[in-house]
Design a binder for this molecule. Structure first.
Ligand code: AMP
Length: 178
């Protein structure tokens, strides 16, 4: 999907910070993308193309999933629904606990914002172990909507996140694989 040129530009732009936030983690910093508006536009166009005509709603995972997810939703002209870290949403909401590459966490989502049978794209900046996206897909499924697609800028493929998501039978797309 993404052109070789886009992949190369992103590889040159995304920074890898060793041993952050804990020893052994190679942290991928996507923030330099926002210093290049044209590059950001190309990323959104590529992610939107993957989902065009295939989803009714985009769900973005806090917080870096919002940076791209909202723009994807606008490009597709579909609603955007936030998946938040625990403790921030006013009720009513539902939650799901999960394990991270480092530590554990819980995410929450408002009830009543997704409609039964809606086809959902779940977007985040990066796929590591897949725990966060798996929990997000469970929240979507619990509300009768369908996790149809998952998209990411980056897949840390050695952590086998894609395998963990296979049970949802959804299409998975990552612009870059490390
Ligand atoms: P996971 O649930 O293991 O797939 O972790 C994915 C979430 O954690 C995403 O929201 C990422 O933003 C963040 N994350 C995990 N590992 C990294 C990493 N090496 N660099 C940057 N962000 C990461």
């Amino acid at each position: 999907m993404a052109s070789a040129e886009l992949i190369q530009k992103l590889e040159q732009t995304i920074e890898t910070i060793p041993d952050f936030p804990i020893p052994g983690i190679q942290f991928k910093d996507i923030c330099p993308i926002f210093l290049q508006p044209k590059l950001y536009e190309e990323v959104i166009a590529d992610l939107a193309e993957f989902s065009r005509g295939k989803v009714d709603v985009v769900c973005g995972i806090e917080s870096r999933g919002y940076l791209f997810g909202i723009a994807i939703a606008i490009a597709l002209d579909v609603p955007f629904v936030l998946i938040r870290k625990a403790g921030k949403l006013p009720p009513p909401f539902i939650g799901e606990k999960y394990d991270l590459e480092y530590g554990s966490a819980e995410i929450e989502m408002k009830t009543g914002h997704l409609k039964e049978g809606q086809r959902v794209l779940i977007h985040d900046d990066l796929l590591a172990t897949g725990g966060t996206t798996e929990a997000a897909a469970k929240l979507v499924s619990k509300q009768g909507a369908i996790p149809m697609q998952f998209s990411f800028l980056i897949d840390l493929k050695d952590l086998n996140g894609e395998e963990r998501l296979a049970k949802f039978g959804a299409e998975v797309y990552s612009i870059l694989k490390y």
